[in-house]
Design a protein around this ligand. Structure first.
Ligand code: HEC
Ligand code: HEC
Length: 359
């Protein structure tokens, strides 16, 4: 009997020592750094990426999954940004905490530390810590106020303790909320897709994926449209498959512009109907597509670029050049392009236990 008690006691001690739950660590300031592992990627653009701490990230993770950030305790960031969909929403327009509908499709979240030109479709948040507290206060999203969030979190001992570990005292402020969520989101790194393994020499592409890859990266030549590439990498470029710019990819003719995108932020006529060039990593998992979620499938997206580009004053010149004939992709080439896009799916990222709910 005595022996069993000792064994049980020893097991309990081991379990509590292994427990990653912030509750089990002492309630004192702890600035143990968190080193981002980004493999073959270039170093991140954001200086914040070198200043991460494990306790701020743990706090950001709690906040990301915290329904108290919404007015009626029904919605967390993670309800619109779902890990199995690369942290985006499958609804065309997300439903807010109070049932209201937003006007744009939610965006996927990964490799944020490499974005150096703003956040949201129109780039209205210059830095990720500015972005992170906006959904809380957006009436069609979480519809809450910062003072009310501070009151709710301050009433919770778990949060008071975690603010001490992360920041050194219990004070909850908007900048601290933003910083913690920014640090958590900076750890979302996706670079273990089949394509990454192919680049590293540990996976081979099928013949169709390989043809799709060639089309994706080859330039378009308007004098030989039938023989030239689809030039997707013109904009979805670098190892990140995005270019940190705002562009018009020909979704609408001038008269049909309804959302003016980047113009809403800059008031510059040259920015009318320009939107953030999103990354194509994990694109298979993030439908529907475009800022207004108008396309349900990758096949529809490829059809758009193949022969659906609409002309307007702000249409990107590279796409404008394709409008005379279209890309002239046949059915097989379209299927090849889609097959290549699917090699960008990263199961390691989609299932990474570090990004799941801490509750
Ligand atoms: C009701 C659904 C909803 C909720 C809740 C929500 N978001 Fe979003 N998120 C969106 C939509 C829609 C967009 C695009 C909005 C736009 O561009 O105007 C977006 C965009 C973003 C982006 C921009 C990504 C980029 O590449 O620029 C980030 C980051 C983000 N959200 C993080 C968060 C965080 C953190 C929270 C919680 C504090 C949160 N979201 C809560 C729907 C939601
Ligand atoms: C001139 C730059 C440009 C080129 C070339 C380009 N794109 Fe895009 N792409 C964009 C922009 C800008 C968006 C976002 C547009 C929006 O939502 O209003 C986008 C969005 C997308 C999306 C949806 C992303 C999402 O998060 O919903 C997919 C998929 C896509 N492009 C695939 C492709 C493919 C495949 C090609 C080649 C056939 C291609 N793109 C060529 C600029 C470009």
């Amino acid at each position: 009997m005595k022996k069993l008690t000792i064994i049980l006691f020893a097991m309990a001690a081991i379990i509590s020592a292994c427990n990653q739950d912030p509750d089990s660590t002492p309630v004192e300031y702890d600035d143990t750094p968190y080193i981002l592992e980004y493999g073959t990627f270039p170093p991140p653009n954001s200086p914040v990426a070198t200043m991460l701490t494990a306790q701020k990230i743990a706090l950001g993770r709690m906040l990301f999954y915290e329904k108290k950030l919404s007015s009626n305790l029904t919605q967390a960031c993670a309800d619109c940004h779902r890990q199995e969909h690369a942290f985006t929403d499958t609804a065309r327009f997300s439903v807010g905490a109070e049932g209201d509908l937003g006007g744009r499709q939610a965006m996927a979240i990964f490799n944020m530390a490499w974005h150096s030109n703003g956040f949201f479709w129109d780039g209205r948040a210059p830095e990720l810590h500015d972005q992170a507290t906006q959904p809380i206060q957006n009436p069609v999203e979480m519809n809450e106020t910062i003072p009310s969030v501070v009151a709710k979190l301050s009433a919770d001992q778990t949060y008071r303790d975690q603010f001490v570990r992360a920041f050194g005292d219990e004070t909850i402020t908007e900048p601290r909320l933003g910083e913690a969520m920014e640090q958590f989101m900076f750890t979302f790194i996706s670079n273990d897709s089949k394509y990454d393994r192919f680049l590293a020499g540990s996976a081979t592409l099928t013949a169709s994926e390989e043809r799709g890859r060639a089309l994706f990266f080859a330039e378009y030549n308007e004098f030989f449209p039938n023989e030239s590439g689809a030039d997707c990498a013109h904009c979805h470029s670098t190892i990140l498959f995005e270019n940190d710019q705002y562009m018009n990819n020909g979704l609408d003719a001038e008269a049909d512009f309804s959302d003016l995108g980047r113009f809403e932020e800059t008031n510059n006529a040259a920015d009318r109907a320009k939107f953030k060039v999103t990354s194509l990593r994990n694109i298979e998992m993030t439908r529907p597509y475009m800022h207004d979620g108008r396309f349900q499938t990758l096949e529809e997206v490829v059809d758009h670029y193949n022969d659906g580009i609409q002309q307007s004053s702000t249409l990107d010149p590279a796409l404008n050049a394709t409008t005379a004939t279209g890309l002239m992709l046949d059915a097989q080439e379209k299927a090849d392009l889609v097959a290549f896009l699917k090699t960008l799916t990263d199961q390691t990222y989609l299932n990474n236990p570090k990004f799941t709910s801490p509750f």
